[in-house]
Ligand binder design. Structure first.
Ligand code: SF4
Ligand code: F3S
Length: 110
């Protein structure tokens, strides 16, 4: 079981989560991060750091975001590792309260 980055991250990418991960298991896409389930040690440090509550323990992931379990696993194998916090996306303010933004998710790596 691992922690999962879900839809609220899309088009925001605040990256506060990256700063606290002890094993550097975040991977960066153009407009979202994912967690490698093979590397996450389930420490839970990242979950409270996300300003938009995008990170969930897999057991607690809201059902509407089940797809993100597979997306985190797959995209972590395709996107580059990110180990340092950076500026949030310019679209973060505009999208931080948008409930449904799956159609905005870019599959491209950073
Ligand atoms: Fe990293 Fe811990 Fe979050 Fe897993 S739960 S991604 S190890 S900070
Ligand atoms: Fe995304 Fe939240 Fe991290 S918006 S980049 S999961 S701090």
């Amino acid at each position: 079981m691992a922690y999962i980055v879900a839809e609220p991250c899309v088009a925001c990418k605040y990256t506060d989560c990256v700063a606290v991960c002890p094993v550097d298991c975040f991977y960066e896409g153009e407009n979202m991060l994912v967690i490698s389930p093979d590397e996450c040690i389930d420490c839970g440090a990242c979950e409270p750091e996300c300003p938009v509550t995008a990170i969930y323990e897999e057991d607690e992931l809201p059902e509407k975001w089940t797809e993100y379990v597979e997306l985190n696993e797959r995209l972590a194998g395709e996107w580059p590792n990110i180990t340092e916090q950076k500026e949030a996306l310019p679209t973060a303010d505009e999208f931080k309260e948008v409930e449904s933004k799956r159609d905005k998710l870019s599959m491209n790596g950073a």
